[in-house]
Design a protein around this ligand. Sequence first.
Ligand SMILES: Cc1ncc(COP(=O)(O)O)c(C=O)c1O
Length: 397
Amino acid sequence: MELRGRAASITDSPTLAITAKAKAMQAAGEDVVSLSAGEPDFDTPDFIKQATIDALQSGETKYSPASGLPVLKNAIVRKLKRDNGLSYDTKQIAISSGAKHTLYNLFQVLLGEGDEVIVPAPYWVSYPEQIGCAGGKTVVVNTSEADGFVLRPDALREKLTDRTRFLVLNSPSNPTGGVYEKSDLEAVAEVCLENNIGVISDEIYEHLIYGGRTHHSIAEVSPEMKELTLVVNGHSKAYSMTGWRLGYVAGNADVVAAVGRLQSQSTSNPVTFVQYGGVAALDKDQQCVLEMRAEFDKRRMYIVDRLNSLPGVTCATPLGAFYVFPNVGSHYGKTLGGAKVKDSFDFCDALLKQQKVAIVPGEPFGADPHVRLSYATSMAVIEKGLDRIASFLASAE
Ligand SMILES: Cc1ncc(COP(=O)(O)O)c(C=O)c1O
């Protein structure tokens, strides 16, 4: 059957594809080390599971309102006040089946054909695909490693046209681990306010931020900037709830209502009993988040040191999330593990074939000299993976 329209150009998420390939090799009995998955290796905390089990057992198994249960919207309102100092009412909150779904819905309701969305590179792989699915046009603006991969106002200004509608911000960032300080956000906000550019602020890694830093949302900059911002967040990364599928947006009530309408005609509500687990996660003691973060932090320091000790590899220390994004470009043009390597796809392919280590090429993140490794896996797996990468690079000819 022929695929037509937008479906014809959608590609598979490369991160999910590589993780699936590694899992298939493992299932076939191969000793694969996977440093590709974007999900915490911890189990979901018991109190969250228990709240969900209680909801299931008390019959919370029917449809909920399409944009989510009032009880979860209220918990999100409390969270945004407590953690971010931002006040919203429940009409400004829509809950979806994961932050990825929230973002998809937002682009669908916000973009007209040819509307431009500025996306700082390196970027999360799904933004350009989702923008394209909504008929929008991604305009990439490069950031530099020297700037901590933070967007500078002049670079943003250069990309503005009369079709620019939105800017996507992602702090802490997947894949770079870059984090925006409040002053960085103020500088970007000035350009957005001058030009009436809305911001879709993806804050899914908010709680995974290291070295005593504090997360800031661009919506905190001023009441005017809050009006222009749609804050996107979810439960996956902070509470190790990737498979539960809960995400949400906070912002303009008309946009939120449109997301609700779209959902009512497409997926309906996020799973009803799962939403009760979501309430417990946000309302109860946040100690579990701190414990997971402390563990990620140890791994972060280890993996950065090891990578920087490898020949021809440089790796900036990420300040947030659970990824490192080393530059391996000096190896392109060489033969590694017997294979000619010309770009990040070749590099990752050869590494998987020769050493059975799964990592993700930088090209789909808009940064081909780089590759992405996740440290959301045990220290033992990280050590083994790094040992194999060292052998792989030692084979360079
Ligand atoms: C930057 C970023 N945003 C959003 C998401 C989506 O998270 P979820 O749909 O699991 O809530 C991810 C997941 O990898 C991500 O890395």
